[in-house]
Design a protein around this ligand. Structure first.
Ligand code: LLP
Length: 423
């Protein structure tokens, strides 16, 4: 469910017409709904608690939407943060998220990042490899600390979905094997600089079938039981993120209730364990849209019609990068026969095509359109390619809205660069 609906014939975010935001801020612009963001955290937590999981940590995957106002909105609903860089730790802290609710994941954490995480007191560092275990052990000892760690396991399951975002097969770069995890956990328990508290997994993103998750989670449960049988304490089990969002063309993702029921079933009888989750997309995706304006309609003699927008692949990379499908809705739908369009941006490469042969209501230059389900991995992956200004972001709450990342000026853009002394 989301809070982008037609009100009085035009698309609104909560009680704010999108046209009003376009007029005030210009386009392209991302628009987020506070109500949708908060609802998703609440629905997930209620489902998990309802299924019998006590006090789960919902650590929002900051990479999906790192805007500090978004993070603060989620934190107010009780979310923590899953972070993968020093920058993300700093964003989570700036949003008021307590370090005890921050989990630090990522394949290649640098020494400086590990030191920063330890000084900050993040809840847990998820270790992805043996060298990383030794690095964290060394850094922690140097700082006179004992790092609280979990071992990220690669459960070797096929999660389906796009190859570029699948992470849980043995051939992927993430985590260690089950066998290795047992050995590393036992080693870690004897190291002065680390204290292993749990195990973690994350098998992929935009998963719409619970079966691979269930397979992975059952393996994780088995691992917890084996570690405990060896006399090792396991207090936490981090099951990652990955639940899909409704993109309208794809299979409908499982509901949070079905997801929670599957976990309760898989973990039945496992006691004294705190569950953690790292959802990104399912929280933020349909809490946001990318609002754009039609520059012109370019009708080719052969009959192909290009709908040229002022948004481009630098603002929303997912279609170019993953062939992702986003629903495109006119903000003020016109009456008339639907038209088949290729929807494109102004960037000078063919990859700057959002979609081909999309049947939409008739459009004219100046019309506004919204790319739906764009709140996750949208602004987060935007860039200045073609020296286009970084896309701004707006947060809506009820009948109010605020620019939470302003559009930079061209002077801002140029001021970041410094000439080489010989030029
Ligand atoms: N935890 C870890 C360790 C992750 O690597 C990820 C996502 C998540 C949690 C959150 O997964 P989610 O719940 O959002 O599926 N840019 C791509 C998605 C990349 C996902 C990377 N890792 C896209 O636009 O589809």
């Amino acid at each position: 469910m989301n809070h982008f609906e037609l009100k009085g014939g035009e698309l609104a975010c909560e009680d704010v017409p999108l046209a009003k935001i376009a007029e005030a801020v210009g386009t392209p612009v991302y628009v987020y709904s506070s109500a949708t963001l908060q609802r998703h955290v609440t629905v997930l937590r209620d489902a998990l608690v309802g299924a019998g999981l006590k006090d789960p940590l919902i650590a929002f995957a900051v990479k999906a939407n790192p805007n500090v106002a978004v993070l603060r909105t989620l934190a107010q609903a009780g979310a923590g943060a899953d972070v993968v860089s020093q920058g993300e730790i700093r964003r989570a802290l700036a949003a008021g998220i307590a370090p005890e609710r921050i989990v630090f994941s990522g394949v290649g954490k640098s020494e400086a990042e590990i030191a920063f995480a330890l000084e900050t007191g993040v809840a847990e560092i998820n270790l992805e490899s043996e060298p990383e275990l030794h690095l964290v052990n060394a850094v922690a000892q140097r700082l006179g600390k004992r790092a609280v760690v979990a071992i990220r396991v690669n459960p070797d399951v096929e999660a389906g979905g796009h190859a570029k975002i699948s992470t849980g097969k043995a051939e992927n770069k993430f985590g260690v094997s089950m066998i290795e995890a047992e050995r590393l956990y036992a080693n870690a328990a004897n190291m002065a600089g680390v204290r292993p508290v749990g195990v973690a997994c994350h098998i992929g993103s935009q998963i719409t079938d619970l079966a691979p998750m269930e397979e992975a989670f059952a393996k994780m449960r088995g691992l917890v039981e084996r570690l405990r049988a060896e006399g090792l304490g396991v207090e936490r089990l981090d099951l990652g993120g990955g639940l899909g969002a409704p993109y309208f063309n794809a299979p409908t993702p499982p509901t949070p209730a079905d997801y929670a029921a599957m976990i309760a079933r898989t973990m039945a009888g496992l006691t004294d364990i705190q569950f953690a989750f790292e959802p990104g997309r399912m929280i933020a995706a349909n809490a946001g849209v990318l609002l754009a304006q039609v520059q012109h309609v370019n009708a080719r003699p052969g009959g192909r019609k290009f709908l040229v927008l002022d948004a481009a692949m630098n603002d929303l990379l997912r279609p170019a990068m993953y062939d992702a499908w986003h629903d495109i809705r006119p903000v003020k739908p016109r009456d008339g026969e639907p038209v088949t369009y290729d929807v494109v941006g102004p960037i000078c490469e063919t990859g700057d095509t959002f979609t081909r042969d999309r049947v939409l209501p008739p459009m004219e230059a100046g019309d506004l359109v919204a790319f739906m389900t764009a709140g996750a991995y949208g602004a987060a992956m935007s860039s200045e390619y073609n020296s286009r200004l970084l896309v701004p972001e707006v947060l809506v709450k009820g009948d109010r809205f605020a620019v939470v990342r302003p559009r930079p000026t061209y002077d801002d853009m140029l001021a970041r660069e410094t000439p080489a002394p010989w030029l």
